[in-house]
Write a protein that binds this ligand. Structure first.
Ligand SMILES: [Fe+2]
Ligand SMILES: [Fe+2]
Length: 145
C-alpha cells in the first residue's frame, strides 16, 4: 500500500473516532478514548519508526520531520491531561476539545505539508515499499498492546 494513503486513512479513522467520542455518553467515553489513544499511539510510532527516518534521509524533507516530533509531544500531553480526568468531570469536554484541536491541526499539517512534499519527492514504487514496512510495523506494535 502507498505510504501516504496508509497514513491518510489513519487520519480519517482518528477523525471519525473523535466525532464518535464527542457524541458519546460519559459512560462510553473511557472505552472510546482508550481505543482512540491506542490508534493514535500506534500511528505515531509507525511515523516515528518508518516515516521520519525516511524523511530524515532526504535534506528536502528533514526539517519537516523535526517539526513533527514537537507536534506529537503536544498531542501526547493533551492525551495525558484528558486521561487524568474522570469522565464525569466538568473539565472533561474542555480537555477533549483541546486534544481534538491538537490532533486535527497536526493531521491537517501532515496532510497538507508533509504528505504533499513526500508525494512530490518520491515515486509510487518507493511509497509502496515504505507503505509495506508501515503495515508490518503496525502489526508488530498491535501485538504488544
Ligand atoms: Fe504525525
Ligand atoms: Fe499522522
Amino acid at each position: 500500500m502507498d505510504a501516504v494513503k496508509f497514513l491518510e486513512e489513519d487520519h480519517l479513522a482518528t477523525q471519525t473516532a473523535m466525532e464518535q467520542i464527542a457524541l458519546s455518553q460519559p459512560t462510553h467515553r473511557k472505552e472510546l478514548f482508550k481505543a482512540l489513544r491506542r490508534g493514535v499511539e500506534v500511528h505515531d510510532t509507525v511515523e516515528k519508526n518508518i516515516l521520519y527516518p525516511w524523511m530524515l534521509s532526504n535534506p528536502k524533507t528533514a526539517a519537516l520531520a523535526h517539526w513533527n516530533v514537537q507536534s506529537h509531544l503536544l498531542v501526547d500531553k493533551a492525551m495525558d491531561r484528558l486521561e487524568a480526568l474522570p469522565v464525569e468531570d466538568k473539565g472533561w469536554t474542555v480537555a477533549f476539545n483541546e486534544l481534538r484541536v491538537h490532533l486535527l491541526k497536526h493531521a491537517q499539517n501532515e496532510d497538507v505539508s508533509v504528505f504533499k512534499k513526500i508525494t512530490e519527492l518520491s515515486t509510487g514504487e518507493e511509497r509502496n515499499t515504505i507503505g509495506h514496512k508501515m503495515t508490518t510495523e503496525r502489526e508488530r506494535l498491535l501485538k504488544s498492546y
